[in-house]
Ligand binder design. Structure first.
Ligand code: PEP
Length: 246
């Protein structure tokens, strides 16, 4: 099973549902539709209405983050895993580099992961090195730490996807070369296997678009994509899926 996951970030108003109508229509007719799952993470404001609408359709709705406390607490503007689940989300992203940069520590992420799983949310756990770490050949050390400091064997591993998102690639148009990406995906799977005793899906994120997606096809260790910018356009998101299976 492959995953095409759209992260809308701070984008979208109620009528942006038209983008999802188009994607849903395409998937419902796509001969490859049983080979993949399409997940969209709109902002919190749209989760409830979109989840209701797409409940029995071809798009699964998730959130982009969740708070580290549950179910209710005195934290202004925070939204807990319990609240997210109750409005219909199935997945949540945890550990996106945007949120790590805004202060999410490994301890915060650990409690987010535990609480999200407790609320039956499936997790897209993001990891990735920055440019300096890459230049200094620290990528594997960074990735390993991001995995072992947050995930552990007691967690329900069936509900976890790992998203490898090199920070230098997000929104920059730069993507890793195939050889590096293959090596990194194999490394991540090895670390994950040590933690859980089995491998988990590993997806790639960072400047994926309808043109470069073909290059990732050869890397069988990549189980799908986390797509930022290109997921805000129905045409681009659909073309990514089409070109991947072409
Ligand atoms: C992201 O922010 O998760 C992302 C992958 O963004 P983009 O596709 O725009 O690089």
């Amino acid at each position: 099973m492959k995953f095409f996951i759209g992260n809308w970030k701070m984008f979208g108003v109620p009528k942006s549902i038209n983008i999802l109508h188009k994607i849903n229509f395409f998937i419902s007719k796509d001969k490859n539709r049983n080979k993949y799952r399409a997940i969209i993470t709109p902002p919190y404001t749209l989760i409830e209405s979109y989840s209701k609408y797409f409940r029995r359709k071809k798009i699964i709705i998730g959130s982009q983050n969740c708070y580290k406390k549950d179910p209710f607490s005195s934290n202004t503007a925070a939204v807990s895993p319990y609240m997210i689940r109750k409005v219909g989300a199935t997945y949540t992203i945890i550990g996106h580099s945007d949120n790590r940069a805004e202060g999410d520590s490994n301890t915060d992420l650990k409690s987010k992961v535990e609480l999200a799983l407790k609320n039956k949310l499936k997790i897209i756990y993001c990891i990735g090195e920055n440019k300096t770490q890459k230049i200094n050949k620290k990528t594997f050390t960074v990735l390993k730490n991001q995995i072992v400091k947050v995930l552990n064997r007691k967690l329900k591993s069936n509900n976890i996807i790992i998203a490898y998102e090199p920070i230098w690639s997000i929104g920059t148009g730069k993507i890793p070369n195939n050889k590096d990406l293959l090596k990194t995906a194999i490394f991540i799977k090895k670390v994950v296997k040590k933690v859980f005793g089995k491998t988990l899906p590993v997806i790639y994120g960072g400047s994926v678009d309808e043109n470069n997606v073909k290059m990732f096809k050869e890397i069988k260790e990549i189980d799908g994509f986390l797509i930022g910018g290109a997921s805000k356009s129905a045409k681009k998101f659909i073309d990514i899926i089409k070109n991947y299976y072409r």
